[in-house]
Design a binder for this molecule. Sequence first.
Ligand code: SDX
Length: 426
Amino acid sequence: MANTDTVEIKIGDKTFLLPAFAGTYDEKAADISKLLAETGFVTYDIGYKNTATTRSTITFIDGDVGTLEHRGYPIEQLADQASYLEVMHLLLHETLPTQAQLEAFKEALNAHAGLPAGIYTLLDALPDEIHPMGMLSVVMNALSGYHPEAEDSWANPEVRWDAIYRLLANMPAITAAIYRRSQKLPYVAYDPSLDYVSNFLNMMFGKIDKVAAEALDTLLILHADHEQNCSTSTVRMVGSSHVNLYASIAAGCNALWGPLHGGANQEVLEMLEAIRLDGGDTEKYIAKAKDKADPFRLMGFGHRVYKNYDPRARVIKKYVDKVLDELHIEDPLVEIAKGLESAALSDSYFVDRKLFPNVDFYSGIIYRALGIPVNLFTVMFAFGRLPGWISQWKELREHNEPINRPRQIYMGEATRDYTPIAQRES
Ligand code: SDX
């Protein structure tokens, strides 16, 4: 579709022409920026299922085919051949790095590494009952206090990049500190002589396992970005008010926490464990998932965009057997997960609704095999997604997009006069 194309809207006996344009893969958009001014109509799209909120060059998803690309590179190739740091560079700097650029990127991260001591004191002061995602959100907001210059991260590119490197450099330490706090273990210091993922493992467990490092590097790549999902849209929404980067990321953490979004990886493991304890009867849980009277959903299944197998789930499923074999772990949940998948994908309820495994269905099995507790799974999702959130926030800034302020259709009471309390009926 050429940019000169238009779409016609007929309202009554009037015809309105709206500009239209197409994306790289010929996705078509009607530009409704002037719809209200020209027609008096707004559009209504609950959950934004049909609404594009931006033009982006970062990530492309084809939900029908089940493909995912970051700046043109298929996720399967990035997962199999790239390192997480290369993907970070790709998302942030728009190109895969040369060796020299990668070294410079690593140096920039190392130069920004180091959490203020107050962050650890803050974690210690939080109630034991708080969920690790709540801890993460607190830490992100607190960092804006240790780096007040970040208030200028919208206006000042130097301050912006400082905040970007500081967040990426310290996410391993933040994630590990949250784990150590939740397990009531002493904190382990950052070791600048270690690479990014090995440092994380060392700060988590006080030791480094090569198999775990390789598996984690791939899992972080698979979670790095996913266009305008709920938490990324939240980062953009909050960022559009020109608040600092830390506060925008904190908002993304809170959105990701939800069980329908990033919280699903924890829900999947708890679901699989419940099925195991209930005798492993997958048919019973497939029936529950289909029963409209039953609130149970097959967690890790279904997706707003993918109406085919989530390509990330396909890669993760491939790694499950490899990692468990290399770690010599037998996990009964693997067979339960595979049994659920097989039963669902041959059941018309799931097939008709195009419900396939998503990124969360198998990821928790690997996290658990690496010794990561279930309540930290969503923090691990945030860890992987951080460069994606930041890249999307950076794109919003560079496009100088306006404050996000959707409209509504009011369905409440029409104008009426105030009634003094003495005259109100009980
Ligand atoms: C992530 O957007 C992203 O990109 C997110 C993400 C990312 O990387 O950022 O990919 C990460 O959030 C993955 C999704 C993790 N969430 C889950 O696994 C939770 C379980 N899945 C669902 O709740 C659901 O599938 C959603 C929330 C993921 C998508 O919901 P939609 O698109 O709003 O679809 P819907 O709820 O309208 O469901 C359509 C139909 C309904 O049945 P009918 O009313 O048509 O009869 O499918 C049914 C739903 O009841 N359905 C399910 C189901 N998911 C949808 N039925 C049983 N089990 C499920 N998991």
